[in-house]
Design a protein around this ligand. Sequence first.
Ligand code: SAM
Length: 236
Amino acid sequence: MTKQEKIVSMFDEIAKTYDVANRVLSFGVDRSWRRDACENALDILSQKELDLVIDVACGTGDMCQYWSKISKEKGVDLKKIVGVDPSKNMLEVAQKKGIEADFILGEAKDIPSKDAKADIVSISYGLRNVVDRENGLREFHRVLKRGGVLVILEFMKLPTDSIAAHLRDFYMKRVLPIIGGILSKNYNAYNYLPNSIDNFITLDELKDELQSVGFEIIKTKDSIFDISTLTIARKL
Ligand SMILES: C[S@@+](CC[C@H](N)C(=O)[O-])C[C@H]1O[C@@H](n2cnc3c(N)ncnc32)[C@H](O)[C@@H]1O
């Protein structure tokens, strides 16, 4: 099995308990991070009609649900939402929620869409899992319309000497694997999370990578203790 296949199979294994574990482990705060990301992106685009939002690494569909809900709240006529994920079991959970979105099996580096069709591409807590990140970012750029926005929510690697990094490290490495392991009965998956953050890139590195494939950085925003970071970039 390749590294990418192992990651996807891990999500297949934890799909059924993924939502409960997320709510418990984030104390429900992940909802406000997603809401905030969608609100910011829709405000930045500031259009009353949108053709397409593609949520990559959509998992169990939470972000798609927020795109649907928040576009309605803001009076935006959003014609289509598509969720893409390589995990069959995560998509199965998403499909049962009655979300107004199409869910398609696929990977970041090979998005099932023609060029320049999407107004928004989002990826929440998914980029760390994309082994071929360079081609993933290129795909996001390819499927976006010119001027369209990319919305990334992620646990970025923090400078190791920061207080926020120590606090987050303690929670992610000592507390989260135990609670996540109990809820999912899969301790490996919840050990993978802190390791994947350690092996990920910093916000500055992400900005460089985005700029090098043709994005302009519009906004970055850290949550309390820099746990989660929102990055919004525009296709030039
Ligand atoms: C931590 S979950 C995030 C799910 C969802 N976006 C959320 O916010 O809850 C990571 C997701 O990334 C997906 N994934 C893993 N490798 C991927 C890839 N190469 N391309 C797209 N998605 C991938 C997994 O299947 C999993 O559903």
